[in-house]
Design a protein around this ligand. Structure first.
Ligand code: AHR
Length: 496
């Protein structure tokens, strides 16, 4: 059996892992909002004033911390006034990006009610591409202002006299493309123009600029974050920079082993891009901690097209990839303040799929459930000695040896949490785990695995991939785990 080892330094805590790293993204796209979240009060599907009860319960169980809405590309063609007021008077509009009719039944008040029901924070994305600063600032006034204006009276008439206090505001989305086709310099001007007025309406909001992520073949996007920051020197206006990262290797449930490993190899590039964004923010804003937000990320398989509302298989491989990304985000907790997997229900790497009144949790859902003890805990210094595999990470020039296991550890009170991914398709890995700086009282664990990385949960077979408890015997400062092939193992270690 192959061997690895993990060392965790209990007395070397680092940054706090923001709970918002476990955030979500829900766009008016396919069946994410309509059917997935909103069925309307008249539906026979059990609902709370239009919001599906099974989905609310699933997200509550995860303690979902934040949801980004209404897009995505949809955001830069969304006019918020279409979605407030009596539902039967709202216009039907064209959803240009996703080729659907938008009924506007689910608007600002419905979304904010959804957030309240889930217990999460809202993160709104304002329309820069086809909107105006006046429209964006009016939306903020509608949501957050406590004084007496026509817009706050409208909010009260729509059932919410008290301000909502929405804290996170995205200033557009992918503004090089569907968000207006700007150059980084033009977007810097737009960002400043919008942000000046948004800040004046509510000085405590956090403004998120639209950055670029993994578009390594496009020379403009590769330099976007740098060139945007260089052209937008008003440090007081920017609180966070957003990046997006989508991945694909082979098809969703049909892929060769080489494609399986290639997906995990792409984590090398993802980490490099995160580090470069970190350096850009450190260079341009040395006196301020501008957070990095990865507000769209996940696998986007070739099966997901506009024609099918971006629906795709969601397998164990995807779930292990998500767990590996979360481990990566933890390790960069000093800079990354939020991450929003795309998208919550039915679309892309969703956490649940629905069909009529039935719902199935995807393997990725179980990753969020298993790893949530890391939310708000302190990252611990850890070292992983691991076998490697060979892969050619996207955007890089050559093959390289990629670490097989990835892990992260955190601490809250007298408990250490450790999450380890073994993506090997056939190798169990015997792994001694050594805690430095503390003794162990007890260990409990769960493992997510299945016969094949291609396994998925469906409406007909919703429990194919579900976590199981594992027994771990520990003594002194260490113990040994056998990490099964294609698995996520999460351990809770009570300190003596
Ligand atoms: O998540 C689907 C789309 O991907 C979003 O609308 C857009 O921002 C990104 O390109």
């Amino acid at each position: 059996m192959s061997r690895a080892s993990i060392r965790v330094w209990v007395d070397l805590p680092q940054a706090t892992i923001a709970a918002n790293l476990y955030g979500h993204f829900a766009e008016h796209l396919g069946r994410c909002i309509y059917e997935g979240i909103w069925v309307g009060p008249a539906s026979r599907i059990p609902n709370e004033n239009g919001l599906r009860l099974d989905v609310l319960a699933a997200l509550k169980q995860l303690r979902a911390p934040v949801v980004r809405w209404p897009g995505g590309c949809f955001a830069d063609d969304y006019h918020w006034r279409d979605g407030v007021g009596p539902r039967d008077t709202r216009p039907k509009t064209m959803n240009i990006w996703w080729q659907q009719t938008e009924p506007n039944e689910f608007g600002t008040d419905e979304f904010l009610r959804f957030c309240r029901a889930v217990g999460c924070d809202p993160y709104l994305c304002a329309n820069v591409g086809s909107g105006t600063p006046q429209e964006a600032r009016a939306w903020l006034e509608y949501c957050n202002f406590g004084g007496d204006t026509t817009l706050t009276a409208l909010r009260a008439a729509n059932g919410h006299p008290a301000p909502y206090g929405v804290r996170h505001w995205g200033v557009g989305n992918e503004n090089w493309g569907c968000g207006g086709g700007f150059s980084p310099e033009q977007y810097a001007q737009e960002f400043a123009r919008f942000s000046v007025y948004l800040r004046a309406v509510d000085p405590v909001i956090e403004l998120v600029a639209s950055g670029a992520g993994m578009d390594l073949a496009n020379p403009i996007l590769m330099r976007w974050n740098h060139d945007f920051c260089a052209a937008m020197p008003h440090a007081h206006l920017i609180d966070h920079l957003a990046m997006h990262a989508y991945f694909a290797r082979g098809k969703g449930a049909e892929f060769h082993d080489a494609e399986h490993y290639a997906l995990f190899g792409d984590l090398v590039t993802f980490e490099r891009e995160i580090e470069r964004a970190d350096h850009v923010l450190g260079y341009f804003y040395p006196h301020k901690r501008v957070g990095l937000i990865i507000d769209e990320w996940g696998v986007w398989h070739p099966e997901a097209t506009v024609d099918n509302g971006l629906e795709q298989p969601n397998t164990l491989r995807d779930a292990l990839f998500a767990a590996s990304c979360l481990n990566l985000f933890h390790r960069h907790a000093r800079r990354i303040v939020m991450a929003n997997i795309a998208q919550t229900i039915n679309v892309l790497q969703c956490l649940a799929i629905t069909e009529e009144d039935r719902m199935a949790l995807t393997p990725t859902y179980h990753v969020y459930d298993m790893m949530r003890p890391h939310m708000g805990a302190r990252l611990l210094t850890s070292e992983v000695e691991t076998p490697t595999f060979e892969a050619h990470p996207v955007g890089l020039h050559a093959k390289q040896a990629v670490p097989l296991l990835n892990a992260s550890a955190s601490i809250a009170g007298k408990k250490v949490f450790l999450s380890v991914v073994n993506p090997s398709v056939d190798q169990p890995i015997e792994t001694p785990i050594d805690l430095r700086g503390a003794g162990i009282a007890a260990v409990s664990g769960r493992v997510l695995t299945s016969a094949s990385p291609r396994d998925a949960n469906t409406i007909a077979a919703p429990k194919t991939v579900t976590p199981k408890r594992v027994k771990v015997e520990a003594s002194g400062g260490g113990f040994t785990c056998v990490l099964p092939p294609c698995s996520l193992t999460t351990l809770t270690i009570a300190l003596a």
